[in-house]
Structure formats: structure tokens, C-alpha cells
Design a protein around this ligand. Structure first.
Ligand code: AMP
Length: 133
């Protein structure tokens, strides 16, 4: 079981943003900017491009709804998307509110983000999430 499956199962805590029957969104624990969110499939797959086409399409549609909520909660030019997957072997999309190109910089991780601010951030994004926009 991956660390993200344990998060989805509620066995370890996370700052949850949204979920549906197939996908789960929560804050990255080491955000590169405030609002940095991860979208993961509930079914474990390591490499995102091993996910079948239909599910991958639905994952993108779910990420799109989360991105809209991030943009409402954290005004930005665009919400950027990145897939690395070098650390955790459970496919995930990083969504990052961008004001400048340099905001998408994974060398700028905050290692001990303030828990209260993380909770506020997740709640703000969750409040704008529309399951069926
Ligand atoms: P990568 O697999 O290279 O995309 O990196 C994994 C990402 O997951 C990193 O940005 C980590 O900060 C993040 N991460 C790892 N463990 C957790 C966790 N328990 N909760 C939230 N984010 C996590």
C-alpha cells in the first residue's frame, strides 16, 4: 500500500481538498507555493501513463475541477500542472497556482508549512470545488 493509498484510506492524515469515487485531491505536504495540490487516482498505479485512457481522461477532468477551485481560492494567472512521480510510486498530478514562470520550481519546497495555514488553504480550495460544474 502506498503512502497515498494510506491517505485515501484515512490511515494517515492529509489536508483534503476534494474527492469523488475514483480520485482524491489533497495538499502537497511540502508546497512550492500556497495552494499546491496533488490529484491521485484511488486505484494504485505507479506510472501515470500506465493508467488506461478512459480513467486518465476522467483524472484530467477531475484535476480540471480542482484547478478551477484553486484559481478561485488563490487568484493567479493560470494553474500549472506537472507530473514527476520520482518520489512516490502512486501516480499524481501536481497543480500549482502560477503568477510567474518561476513559481513552478520544485526546488522551492516549504519543508515545515504552518499547519493552521495548510488547513485554511485546503478549506479555501474545498469551498470552491464544484463536483458538477
Ligand atoms: P514526486 O513523486 O516526485 O511527484 O513527489 C512526491 C510529492 O508528494 C512531493 O512533492 C511530496 O512533497 C509529496 N508528498 C509526499 N508525502 C506526502 C504526504 N504524506 N502528504 C502530502 N504530500 C506528500
Amino acid at each position: 500500500m502506498t503512502i497515498f493509498s494510506k491517505i485515501i484510506a484515512g490511515e494517515i492524515p492529509s489536508y483534503k481538498v476534494a474527492e469523488d469515487d475514483e480520485f482524491f485531491a489533497f495538499l502537497d505536504i511540502n508546497p512550492i507555493v500556497w495552494g499546491h495540490t496533488l490529484v491521485v487516482p484511488k486505484q494504485e498505479t505507479d506510472y501515470i501513463f500506465d493508467i488506461d485512457d478512459a480513467r486518465l481522461g476522467r483524472m484530467m477532468a477531475f484535476a480540471k475541477k480542482v484547478a478551477a477551485a484553486i484559481k478561485e481560492a488563490f487568484p493567479c494567472r493560470k494553474v500549472g500542472m506537472a507530473v514527476l512521480g520520482l518520489e512516490v510510486p502512486h501516480a499524481h498530478i501536481h497543480l500549482v497556482p502560477l503568477k510567474h514562470e518561476g513559481d513552478m520550481d520544485f526546488a522551492k519546497k516549504v519543508s515545515n508549512p504552518d499547519p493552521a495555514r495548510m488547513a485554511e488553504t485546503a478549506a479555501a480550495i474545498a469551498s470552491h470545488f464544484k463536483p458538477n460544474p
